[in-house]
Structure formats: structure tokens, C-alpha cells
Design a protein around this ligand. Structure first.
Ligand code: SDX
Length: 425
């Protein structure tokens, strides 16, 4: 006998079914709530509301668990590479060696971006934030690929996946090249995906370029750690935009804009700026902890806290370990890393943070590695977007395959009642 929930409202009792997930999470299905009671629920920020069922990612915020298609993030970060994890998220199973090879070959068929896209990027000032340029260029891809994908046609969907994976990486690196006034690079189809990222970003026509394999490995792991995270703000945006049957590029472009916010993916840039400010002000971490706790001060400890994790973000643990290893291996002695560790240790001991279950999240240490790898601060959130791309694609694909209805939340109106039209004197 499946569980139900009883609601007593306006003197009447109503019974609603309870949905149970494969990891035993439970949800009250309120599909019939308004028809039966005339009332709706109200949940700003959707802290208690599920938007969908999904088979892609499972996370347990209390236990600090994260799994993609059932595989632990620890195993995937250790044993898989980014394209393998992208395939897993999007198609549901780890690829065989042959499938992975074919996936890379098929992505390479789409790594040449239409030359006319350069006219669009030329329209931006060099000072434009890379995330704003990336959102625009991603949307502009629709102009060169106007036919929206038939999600029910497996071949067409696979083709759209490969095209998105191929083109997005190139235009993401163009945002950096534009900011530096460098010529825009082309993907080298003889090299790997993550190695291409480094070449697209840093290779100059004036001298030979050989990316450091340690850097490529570290980036591959970072992209895996960012690849999906169930219904976060930007992924929910991609699903919402896609629910109107807007195209994949348009939906991803909306996700890029949502990710840009400093409360979401933009936090990795904000963390580095915060740590640099603390360093410039003599490294007084206690003063910044006090600011973060002061209700009259809008300052928040960037890279701390999470809507779902009320325990350590498992990704933060892996990134912290990788930060130590990468900086040691590269021989980088960054005082910012020491400040981050000091800030973390103090916050984890502090009653305010402990009482609110505020722990370091994925953004707290990632910027320190990016900086050590030579990635400029305003490109940190673009790095997040490159990692999150397969998750956005997977979630968009699942939403469309499940034929989910167009997203359209309701509201409670609290404005003026009906009034006669009279022009003010
Ligand atoms: C990402 O959702 C995802 O999965 C996102 C993400 C992903 O992979 O997609 O994991 C990536 O976005 C990570 C989060 C990056 N953002 C930051 O690091 C920005 C700093 N953190 C916060 O602003 C905040 O913690 C959020 C936005 C992440 C979560 O905010 P919530 O869930 O809405 O929590 P809240 O704002 O209601 O805070 C609860 C309490 C409040 O205090 P009280 O009113 O109870 O006294 O905790 C306090 C907040 O003031 N608080 C903080 C804090 N975060 C929360 N106080 C100081 N510093 C902080 N960082």
C-alpha cells in the first residue's frame, strides 16, 4: 500500500499520493491540489518544491553524497575522463572504448565554428565580461543552426549533442581570446578535448605551445566535478526555457546567464576576489568572518554555504586535495591558498557557520586551481560553464524526452484591487 499525505484545509480533508524516489526520497504529489482545494502552495526559491523526477544525478545534502547515473563523484573523478562522464550523463551509461572513441570523432566533426560568428564577437568591447559574451555567442549559434532538433529522433539528438559539445568549447575560449586581443584559435582535431581547451586558450601563432599534462589532468577532473548537479539554478533555467520547446542552444544560453550570478557559478570568481581582498588587507580573516556574520553587512563568505549541502560539498573535498597536489607539482606557492585554508578552518569552528550548516562548496577552492593553471579570474565562471555543459544537455534532453509540460508557476497576488482609471493631477 503506497503512502499518502492528508491535508486538512477549510474544514475538509484531502488525500494526496506520495512519490518515492529510488534513493527513498519522498514527495507529496500535489498535481490535483488546486482543482481539489482552490489553493496553491507558495515556496519562494523552491526550497521545498521538486520540479521533476530525474534519473541523471542523485545528491544527498545531509550526507554529502553526489552520484552521476549511480556512479559516485569520487569514483568518476578518479577513474573516468570528462568526455566519458559527459557520455554517461547524456546517454545514461558509461561508453565502451569504441563508443567513447566514436563520440570524440563525432564531436570533432563540429569543432569548426562558422567564420561569420567572428563578426558577432567583434561587436563586443574587449572589456565585456566573458560570461556575457558566451551567453550571446551560444544563442547566436542558433542563427547558423536554425533547425531545432527532433528529440524523438535518436540520430538527430546525438548529432545535436556532438555539435553542442564541439562548438561551445571553442566559443567559450574565444571570449578569453577576445578580451586579450589575440587571434581566435581553431580546434585541433588531432588532439584531445581538454588539451584543445588549453590550446584554444593559450596557443599563440608566434611560438610553439605544449600544454602541461598535469594541467590537462587537473582540468579534466575539475570539468567532471562541475558536470551536473541536479536541479540547481542554471539547470532549472535550461529545463524551464527548453520546456517552451525553445532550441538547445537558446536553452543553454539561458543557463549560461543564470550561472553567471555571484550566488551561483559566479561565486568562484567572487571567492578569488574576496581572498585577494583579504590578502591585500593584511590577511585578517577574522575581520571578514565578522562581516559575513553581521546582518547589517551584505557581505557573504563567498564559496561557503549551499542550498542543498548541509554537510561538506563532496566536490569541495576533492578540489581542495587537487589544489594542494597541483600547486605543489607546479611549484606554485600561492599565499591565497593559505588564506583560504585559514578562513575555512576558522569558519568551520565558528558557531554562526556551524549553526547554519555552512561548509565550503564547489566554488571555494576551484578558483585557486584555475589561477595556478593560468586561467584569468573573469574566466572562472566560463570554466564552470564548460564543465556544466553535459549536465545541461542531459537535463534538457530528459525533460524533452519525458514530454514535460511548459513550466509556468503560479503566484499569490498582493497588489492593488480593482480601481477606476483616473489620470494623476
Ligand atoms: C553553486 O544549487 C547548486 O547545486 C549550485 C551549485 C551547482 O553545482 O550548480 O552547487 C553551484 O552555486 C554553489 C554555491 C555558490 N554560491 C556561493 O558560494 C555564494 C555564497 N553562498 C550563499 O549566498 C548561500 O549559501 C547560497 C546562495 C549558496 C545558498 O543560499 P540559501 O540556500 O538561499 O540559504 P540562505 O540564503 O537562506 O541562508 C541561510 C542562512 C542565512 O542566515 P539567517 O537568515 O538564517 O540568519 O545562512 C546564512 C544566511 O544569511 N548564509 C551565509 C552564507 N550563506 C548562507 N552567511 C554568510 N556567508 C554565506 N556564504
Amino acid at each position: 500500500m503506497s503512502k499518502t499525505a492528508i491535508l486538512e484545509f477549510d474544514g475538509k480533508k484531502y488525500e494526496f499520493p506520495v512519490v518515492k524516489g529510488s534513493e527513498n526520497e519522498e514527495a507529496i504529489d500535489i498535481n490535483k491540489l488546486r482543482d481539489l482545494t482552490g489553493a496553491i502552495t507558495l515556496d519562494p526559491g523552491y526550497k521545498n518544491s521538486g520540479s521533476c523526477t530525474s534519473k541523471i544525478t542523485f545528491l544527498d545534502g545531509e550526507l554529502g553524497i553526489l552520484r552521476y547515473r549511480g556512479y559516485s563523484i569520487e569514483d568518476l573523478a578518479e577513474k573516468a575522463d570528462f568526455l566519458e562522464v559527459s557520455f554517461l550523463l547524456i546517454f545514461g551509461e558509461l561508453p565502451t572504448a569504441a563508443q567513447l572513441k566514436q563520440f570524440e570523432v563525432d564531436i570533432r566533426k563540429h569543432t569548426l565554428v562558422n567564420e561569420e560568428m567572428k563578426n558577432i564577437i567583434d561587436g563586443f568591447p574587449r572589456t565585456a565580461h566573458p560570461m556575457g559574451v558566451l551567453a550571446a555567442l551560444t544563442s547566436a549559434l542558433t542563427a547558423f543552426n536554425p533547425k531545432s532538433v527532433n528529440v524523438d529522433n535518436e540520430k538527430e539528438m546525438y548529432h545535436a549533442v556532438c555539435k553542442t559539445m564541439g562548438k561551445f568549447l571553442v566559443i567559450a575560449t574565444w571570449t578569453y581570446r577576445k578580451s586579450m586581443g589575440y587571434p581566435l584559435n581553431y580546434y585541433d582535431n588531432t588532439k584531445g578535448y581538454v588539451e584543445n581547451f588549453m590550446r584554444l586558450m593559450f596557443e599563440l601563432p608566434t611560438e610553439p605551445y605544449k600544454p602541461n599534462p598535469i594541467v590537462i589532468d587537473a582540468l579534466d577532473k575539475l570539468f567532471i566535478l562541475h558536470a551536473d548537479h541536479e536541479q540547481n539554478c542554471s539547470t532549472s533555467t535550461v529545463r524551464m526555457v527548453g520546456s517552451s520547446h525553445a532550441g538547445l542552444f537558446a536553452s543553454i544560453s539561458a543557463g549560461v546567464s543564470a550561472l553567471w550570478g555571484p550566488l551561483h557559478g559566479g561565486a568562484n570568481q567572487a571567492v578569488l576576489e574576496m581572498l585577494e581582498e583579504i590578502h591585500a588587507n593584511g590577511g585578517d580573516t577574522d575581520a571578514y568572518l565578522a562581516k559575513a556574520k553581521d546582518k547589517n553587512d551584505p557581505f557573504r563568505l563567498m564559496g561557503f554555504g549551499h542550498r542543498v549541502y548541509k554537510n561538506f560539498d563532496p566536490r569541495a573535498k576533492i578540489i581542495k586535495k587537487a589544489a594542494n597536489e597541483v600547486l605543489a607539482t607546479l611549484g606554485v606557492d600561492d599565499p591565497i591558498l593559505e588564506i583560504a585554508k585559514k578562513l575555512e578552518a576558522a569558519a568551520l569552528e565558528d558557531e554562526y557557520f556551524k549553526a547554519r550548516n555552512l561548509y565550503p562548496n564547489v566554488d571555494f577552492y576551484s578558483g585557486i586551481i584555475y589561477r595556478a593553471l593560468g586561467i584569468p579570474t573573469d574566466m572562472f565562471t566560463v570554466m564552470f560553464a564548460i564543465g556544466r555543459l553535459p549536465g545541461w544537455i542531459a537535463q534538457w534532453k530528459e525533460m524533452r524526452e519525458n514530454k514535460e509540460p511548459i513550466g509556468r508557476p503560479r503566484q499569490i497576488y498582493t497588489g492593488e484591487s480593482l480601481r477606476d482609471f483616473k489620470k494623476p493631477e
